[in-house]
Design a protein around this ligand. Structure first.
Ligand code: NAD
Ligand code: 2HG
Length: 525
């Protein structure tokens, strides 16, 4: 009988469903990473919320683990590349707590508008300070949404009901969808300039980290009130404090913090600052929804092999699986590569299959490209919902087959058309099994897309590789593999390096400062 550990506090319905479906279950919460490491080897499944961190070390100790189920949306507490490398399926429950979280954002907006926490404290202290608390109406005010996905769109709907004007910044929001939602789509600078309230609803990615930086906070309207129920790390917390103290920022409400649990914080006690301890998803309704959903999905997988809402595996029929599997891994890596490197509004994604690849069922290949591509911007994307999301976001998806072989017996090419132009990457399978990048933006370069990588574009000149190696060495970064390609001698060169640990923003800044470097970016696969 498969055995599951529930390691975060979860509605009892989850354990009940596991038992009813023939899965043994233990509920052991509040363990330290060391304690979890000591027991995880016994379990086939691990059901979590946001407290348990499923790191590489935990996964290494999890010798029987087959599935991690996240009762909620964000999976930033799960090391998905390591889970994938170990063949552990990671699932989430993308919609069960969206309404609840949107309602929390609206609650915090009202709390800021009327200074409710302070007014409550003062009244209960017997002060009756009627003249101290002068709020603002939300009616007629402008709410700026950063991120207009599941939760952002529910917030927009509720805010429109409150007669607010809603403006939104989200690179994936199409004009049609914005119209349907009743919001005005705009760039970030315009939103910062116009919003009376700003609410964040994006995942934490390399693009969204610090999206409300000191520089961007300075662009906001004086008196702006800011709400974050998405992820810590989206706002520069020190700059937020400075803005509150100077009075430029009229109020801020954070449900999420850069480091959690935030038991001590420089922001605590700052005027017009409100906080809640990551309560966005904490309603009876949402917790019942996500508990039931995660237990059903995990039990299905452990008992009968069914895969729903998986973030790192495709759904496949038993006959097709063995042949398609390596192609899907290649497709997902190529999609992720262009997703990480592409900038601007995405108009079209084209998938060209050549040679042996063109003879296969293209649907799972296309889904894998789109899942890899969209997952860069959203934790909720999986193989099942990627085509739907691409359509909803107005992306044209083109499929082209050419059964004639070119330079390789089998090739997948992924091209992305943005407002900045069209660029493509291509890959093949070595020994019919191992995914390999063979071309990057028109430059021939052979590389394994694996783990943490550093991508550098530079002017081809003697001594550059040595300087780069020294910079990495001084930062204590160990190079695993090194791949080089160039347009022509002395022209543009591209370097892809796999490294043992995540490439930090500080290291990227150092690499960008090297003479001849045009671009440097961290990539993760
Ligand atoms: N506080 C909580 O307890 C709680 C509860 C649920 C979800 N969350 C978090 O809320 C966030 C949003 O969840 P969701 O379900 O709406 O996700 P979603 O994937 O449906 O929506 C995210 C949106 O962000 C947009 N986006 C991505 N990159 C962007 C960028 N650079 N700039 C602007 N927009 C960008 C995407 O296009 C997408 O529309 C997630 O981080 C999730 O983990 C928090
Ligand atoms: O489980 C929770 O309490 C938080 C969940 C939330 O952060 C999510 O991303 O779904």
């Amino acid at each position: 009988m498969p055995k599951v550990l529930i390691s975060d506090k979860m509605d009892p319905k989850a354990a009940q469903i596991f038992r009813e479906r023939g899965v043994e279950v233990d509920e052991i919460t509040g363990k330290t990473p060391e304690e979890l490491k000591a027991i995880i080897g016994e379990y086939d499944g691990l059901a979590i919320r946001s407290s348990t961190r499923v790191t590489r070390e935990i996964l290494d100790a999890a010798t029987n683990l087959k599935v991690v189920g996240r009762a909620g949306i964000g999976v930033d507490n799960v090391d998905i590349p390591s889970a994938s490398a170990k063949g552990v399926v990671v699932m989430n429950t993308p919609f069960g707590n969206s309404i609840t979280t949107a309602e929390h954002a609206i609650a915090l907006m009202f709390a800021l508008a009327r200074d409710l926490p302070e007014a409550d404290k003062s009244t209960q202290a017997g002060k009756w300070e009627k003249n101290r608390f002068m709020g603002v109406e939300v009616t007629g005010k402008t709410l700026g949404l950063i991120g207009a996905g599941n939760i952002g769109s529910i917030v927009a709907d509720r805010a429109l009901g409150l007669r607010m004007k809603v403006i939104a910044y989200d690179p994936f929001l199409t004009p049609e969808r914005a119209l349907e939602m009743g919001v005005e789509k705009m760039n970030l600078d315009d939103l910062l300039l116009r919003a009376d309230f700003i609410t964040l609803h994006t995942p934490l990615t390399d693009q969204t980290r610090n999206i409300l930086s000191a520089e961007n906070l300075a662009k906001t309207k004086k008196g702006v009130r800011i709400i974050n129920c998405a992820r810590g790390g989206l706002i520069d917390e020190a700059a937020l404090k400075a803005g509150l103290e100077s009075g430029h920022i009229g109020g801020a409400a954070l449900d999420v913090f850069q480091t959690e649990p935030a038991k001590e914080h420089a922001l605590f006690g700052t005027p017009n600052f409100i906080s809640t301890p990551h309560l966005g998803a904490s309603t009876t309704e949402a917790q019942v929804n996500v508990a039931i959903q995660v237990a059903e999905q995990m039990a299905d997988f452990l008992v009968s092999g069914g895969v729903t809402n998986a973030l790192n595996v495709p759904s496949l029929s038993a006959e097709e699986a063995p042949r398609l599997k390596p192609y899907m891994a290649l497709a997902e890596k190529l999609g992720s590569l262009v997703g990480q490197l592409a900038h601007g509004e995405i108009a079209r994604v084209s998938i060209h299959s050549e040679g042996a690849a063109a003879e296969l069922n293209q649907k799972p290949i296309v889904s894998a490209v789109l899942a890899g591509f969209l997952r860069v911007h959203s934790d909720t994307v999986n193989m099942v919902n990627a085509p739907f999301l691409a359509k909803e976001r107005g992306m044209e998806v083109r499929e082209v087959r050419n059964e004639k072989e070119g330079d390789y017996h089998t090739l997948l090419r992924v091209s992305v058309k943005t407002d900045a132009g069209e660029r493509s990457v291509a890959g093949t399978l070595f020994s019919n099994a191992q995914p390999r990048l063979v071309e990057l933006f028109g430059i021939k370069v052979e590389a394994d897309l694996i783990g943490h990588m550093l991508y550098v574009v530079n002017e081809d000149a003697p001594g550059f590789i040595g300087r780069l190696g020294t910079t990495l060495g001084e930062a204590g970064v160990n190079i695993g593999t090194f791949h080089l390609g160039r347009r022509e001698a002395g022209g543009e060169a591209v370097l892809l390096l796999s490294v043992d640990d995540k490439v930090t923003p500080e290291l990227i800044a150092k690499v960008r400062a090297l003479p001849g470097v045009k671009t440097a970016m961290a990539l993760t696969f």
